[in-house]
Design a protein around this ligand. Structure first.
Ligand SMILES: NC(=O)c1ccc[n+]([C@@H]2O[C@H](COP(=O)([O-])OP(=O)(O)OC[C@H]3O[C@@H](n4cnc5c(N)ncnc54)[C@H](OP(=O)(O)O)[C@@H]3O)[C@@H](O)[C@H]2O)c1
Length: 263
């Protein structure tokens, strides 16, 4: 693909995206990555990606501008690049949490398509769940974005109003699942495994459970029915967890994170 791309803010996410784009056949020489500590981008440079500490230079050499900055750096950086943004040339794809399309447009002023995407940290291993809002997209923009993320995991398009919910379920969701796995490991140690073996068993069990749902397309309860025999020990354990608020605490946690985001 010969689309020219500028990734503004080459930290964890920006670097992961640059690598994923190369895997999706975007040419390294068409990708600019920026950050101030440019010496930390030598690894990308060695792979043919252009690096610079000048955001305007990257913008002038691009068509798609991907924002992977921390939210508090975003306004100033947008003000810096705004004079170099051209109508009918540029498109902005922002991955900055909690910054709306309307806010970005109000700073850059030039009328160009502005979209948002929310990946999760599994993007580093090309297993992201990336939620995308691309209102009023046309001219093959959706297809372009899909292609950009094709080797970085799964994508789903939604209205921008759902981006906070997507952040909680997909991005915070990684932490929720990690805590679940940690608890499984702790339980595993208590019933006799060393930490390494308990982790190996818990990790692969969670991966297998997710794959079962993805590949079979069933509701989790249908997979649970397959392993719970009447009067058996699986259902006893499960019910004990529910008596202690297992599902309820997860749902309440998700709600609290979501409400806090909205504050
Ligand atoms: N990590 C994830 O998986 C993930 C998932 C979903 C959403 N997000 C969102 O993505 C954004 C970035 O997250 P991150 O984890 O990648 O953060 P990060 O590692 O801190 O990356 C941000 C980068 O921006 C650079 N930067 C700061 N000021 C700049 C400027 N004026 N011009 C150009 N570059 C500048 C910083 O490098 P210098 O200090 O060298 O300039 C830094 O490397 C956040 O808004 C986050 O909420 C991240």
């Amino acid at each position: 693909m010969d689309t020219k791309i500028a990734i503004i803010g080459g930290g964890n996410l920006g670097t992961a995206i640059a690598k994923g784009l190369m895997k999706s056949n975007f040419s390294a020489q068409n990708i600019y990555v920026t950050r101030r500590k440019i010496e930390l981008l030598q690894g990308l440079k060695a792979q043919g990606i252009k690096i610079t500490s000048s955001n305007p230079k990257a913008v002038k050499n691009s068509e798609v501008i991907i924002l992977t900055l921390k939210p508090y750096k975003t306004d100033k950086t947008l003000e810096e690049i705004a004079p170099f943004i051209e109508k009918d040339r540029h498109l902005i794809l922002s991955m900055v949490s909690g910054v709306s399309i309307e806010h970005i447009k109000s700073i850059i002023k030039t009328e160009i398509p502005v979209f948002r995407a929310m990946p999760n940290t599994a993007i580093a291993i090309n297993q992201s769940m990336t939620c995308i809002a691309a209102p009023n997209s046309k001219n093959g923009h959706k297809e372009l974005i899909k292609t950009m993320f094709s080797n970085l995991g799964e994508t789903v398009f939604m209205n921008e109003e759902m981006m906070d919910a997507a952040t909680v379920l997909a991005a915070c969701g990684i932490a929720f699942v990690m805590r679940f796995i940690r608890a499984m490991v702790q339980g595993g140690i208590e019933i006799g495994f060393d930490a390494k073996t308990a982790s190996q068993i818990a990790n692969q069990t969670v991966k297998g459970a997710a794959e079962l749902l993805i590949q079979n397309g069933l509701h989790p309860e249908q997979e649970i029915d397959k392993v719970t025999t009447p009067k058996g020990y699986t259902i006893s354990g499960l019910n004990e967890m529910e008596h202690n608020g297992f599902s309820s605490s997860l749902i309440k946690g998700i709600l609290l994170s979501f409400n806090k985001m909205g504050e």
